[in-house]
Structures are given as C-alpha cells and as structure tokens.
Design a protein around this ligand. Structure first.
Ligand code: UTP
Length: 236
C-alpha cells in the first residue's frame, strides 16, 4: 500500500481536555511525547487539535464570577486560557504548525491543508473547545473526532465520584446527547467530558466520536488512526 499522505487522507480532529494537558504530574514528559506524536501523525493526515483550559481556566472563571463578570465575559476569560495552552503546545510541535494559534474555525480549516497539525484553543463565547473541535470536524468532513479526556471513556455515572460506574463501549447519538444534556447547563467553566454544541453538531453530521484517556498516547494514536482502541465510541 502506498504511504498515506495529508492530501489523500480524510482529516481527523482531536480535542484535548485542559485537565489532561496540565495535571501537575509528569506534564513536561507528556507534552514532549504528545507534541512528537501530533507532529508525526500530522504529516500523514490533515490533523487539527484543540486544547482546553482545564483547572487554570476554571480558577480564573471562579474569581471573575466572584467579581461579578457576566457569563459572556467569563467565557472570554476561559478562551484566553485555552489559547495560552494552544500556544504552548504549538511551540512544542514546531513548524509547520503555526506558532500563533488560529482564532476561528474557518482559519484553522483553511490552514490544515498547508500546515498540519494545526493547534488552536477557543473561538467565541457559548461553548467549550470540544464544540470548536466538532465544528471543525463538520467543516472538514472529518473521518472522526477523538476526545482525549481524563477518564478512559463514557461512563453511566461520573467514575471519579462513583467507584461502581460502568464504562459504555458503544453508544448511539441519542443516548450520548441525553447524557451530555443531563450533565451540562451551558455556564462558563463547567466540566463534562463533552459539550452540547459538540454532541449536537457531530450527531447531525453523522461523524463518529471516539473517547479515550488522553495520557495513554498509544491508545490515542490508535483512535486517531481509526484502529481498535480502548475507550468508547459514539456512532450513528
Ligand atoms: P474548555 O474547552 O477548557 O472547557 O474551555 P471545559 O470543558 O470547561 O474544560 P476542560 O479543559 O475540558 O476540563 C474553558 C472555558 O472557556 C470558555 C467556556 O467558558 C469554557 O468552559 N470557552 C472556551 C468559550 O466560551 N468558547 C470556546 O470556544 C472555548
């Protein structure tokens, strides 16, 4: 089989949660390995990566809320943190990845065919970087969206709070959307493994979602390449 090239392979979008990106433990080693993986895969297929704001974004949002900022202003604060993380990862990946992360879905979608992998943070208020990743996947007609998160798949209950939570290997879009809407209300800085805009956009376009533990890079690579992986799949 001839080697795959970015021109002939379908794009893939990856959403990396801020809570995976910086945990306070082994972050340096993780970021070096993650950047290496993205650089290598970005040469083989058009790859776009969004990065979340994690605890840092939530800390700023909490103080901003105490100070009386509006939800819109808090979202803007969160976006700045996601862009800071994107800049850090983009610099680790190095050229041709643009050092200045694109600030719109349109710019990222145009750039990816020239400078894969593209790394970016948030775009506008009202959703999270998962939503940005989903809009990108729809725009690019991506083969799949991989959500690299801090749990190893979709569970029937929060596995960090309920030790007996059961992982669900396969879900339909209606099942997943019901789970997302019961766990999120659209306020700034909330944390669930996916957001409403993301679930609605992917479901409408019939794009598959893979959910994996983002620190497990072998598994993340398998999910990006469309190979069998350990985690959950949401499909039509
Ligand atoms: P995140 O993408 O980090 O969302 O954006 P999250 O789900 O809360 O956190 P993690 O990283 O997955 O744990 C942080 C916040 O920034 C705002 C939202 O308030 C979001 O909760 N944001 C982000 C936007 O308003 N628009 C964007 O495009 C991105």
């Amino acid at each position: 089989m001839p080697p795959r090239s970015p021109r002939t392979s379908a794009p893939v979008v990856v959403s990396i949660g801020g809570s995976v990106f910086l945990t306070g433990e082994g972050d340096r080693e993780y970021l070096v390995r993650l950047a290496g993986l993205l650089k290598r895969l970005g040469r083989a297929l058009p790859l776009v990566v969004t990065v979340g704001g994690g605890r840092t974004a939530r800390d700023y949002i909490t103080i901003g809320r105490d100070l009386g900022l509006t939800e819109f202003e808090l979202d803007e604060v969160g976006i700045e943190v996601t862009r800071l993380h994107a800049r850090l990862l983009a610099a680790c990946v190095g050229p041709p990845t643009p050092a200045d992360p694109p600030t719109t879905v349109r710019a990222a979608a145009e750039l990816v065919h020239r400078a894969s992998p593209i790394v970016l943070g948030g775009t506008e208020p009202g959703h999270t970087t998962d939503g940005v990743a989903a809009l990108l996947a729809v725009r690019l007609r991506a083969a799949r969206l991989v959500n690299a998160t801090n749990v190893s798949g979709v569970y029937d209950r929060d596995p960090r709070k309920f030790p007996g939570a059961r992982r669900i290997a396969r879900l339909s879009w209606p099942e997943f959307r019901a789970l997302v809407s019961s766990e999120t209300d659209g306020t700034a800085g909330q944390s669930f493994l996916f957001d409403r805009l993301g679930a609605d956009s992917l479901s409408r376009s019939g794009i598959a979602l893979a959910v994996v533990q983002g620190r497990d890079l072998e598994n993340l690579e398998a999910a990006i390449l469309g190979r069998p992986f350990d985690g959950s799949r949401v499909e039509v």
